[in-house]
Design a protein around this ligand. Sequence first.
Ligand code: NAG
Ligand code: NAG
Ligand code: NAG
Length: 283
Amino acid sequence: MAFSIDSHAHSTSISTFLILALFAAATQLVYHHRLGAEAASMQVMVPAYFNPTGNAAAWAALNSAASSLPNRVVAIANPSNGPSTSQQSDYVAAISSLHSASGRVVGYVYSGYGNRALASVKADIDSWYAFYSIDGIFIDEVANTDGEQSYYQQLYQYIKSKNSSSLVVNNPGTSTLSSYLFYNGTRVADVICVFESSGAAALQWTTQSWTSSYDPSNFLALAYNTSDVDVEDFDYGDVIDHAYQQRAGWVYVTSDTLPNPWDTVPSYFSNEIEYIAEDNYLP
Ligand SMILES: *[C@@H]1O[C@H](CO)[C@@H](O)[C@H](O)[C@H]1NC(C)=O
Ligand SMILES: *[C@@H]1O[C@H](CO)[C@@H](O)[C@H](O)[C@H]1NC(C)=O
Ligand SMILES: *[C@@H]1O[C@H](CO)[C@@H](O)[C@H](O)[C@H]1NC(C)=O
């Protein structure tokens, strides 16, 4: 009996509808505003421990990724467990190409959990800046127990003295202390890799509560041995979603496995980049 609704009831239902619609629009605005404060797009950091001549296809894939995510892709170059002893023309070309594609490159050095002589680490940093137009340094084997903060703070300041725009990424590869991000009120790292393990382990990972005081752009998660075939909610997309929920603003997931899961990029790399570009992990 559609025509028997009296006009009063009709107008009431229209007002109710309008009020509900306005309320929905308002909550939508509030919701988006709240998200705007927290839900930044993720960035990608790829340990590119492969040679531009020996694995040209993987470097080409990095260029494509950087073009798809302008200024959101960083490759960690690693010619020889560090910068090697001389400039290599294929790395000069690879770094230049990635820059042209709106990507960045940081150079790998290791620090032996604070046991490697500072002078040796600084010499590697010197070589990186002398040989290449790099955008920062990735420090591996970073201590995560109390006592080495000032060692890493000295390296941080040394890298910034080379170029104040340098990105300094420290890799304990696991949980750490907030004092390895800020010590004595000043930075020790721009980004900390707080997770480096298999994708299966990544899905079980819970980040530490102290990280909630900082923007996700301070944290990186790296996961290997992860497929693009979804088996019981386990594929690269699930690992990216989980990393996002654990407030890692930087991520990279690969199918590659131990002993060196970083010696190529996965065959699904372009799909992974597309997934991140589409912000599919956002709530
Ligand atoms: C300093 O680093 C930034 C970012 O990597 C780069 O764009 C700039 O050219 C560098 N400056 C110099 C003098 O090399
Ligand atoms: C921390 O800062 C205080 C005050 O500036 C200074 O006295 C102290 O030496 C600093 N500690 C380290 C380890 O840098
Ligand atoms: C990769 O992970 C699967 C479980 O997800 C495991 O069965 C397999 O042994 C792992 N492979 C390697 C090489 O680590």
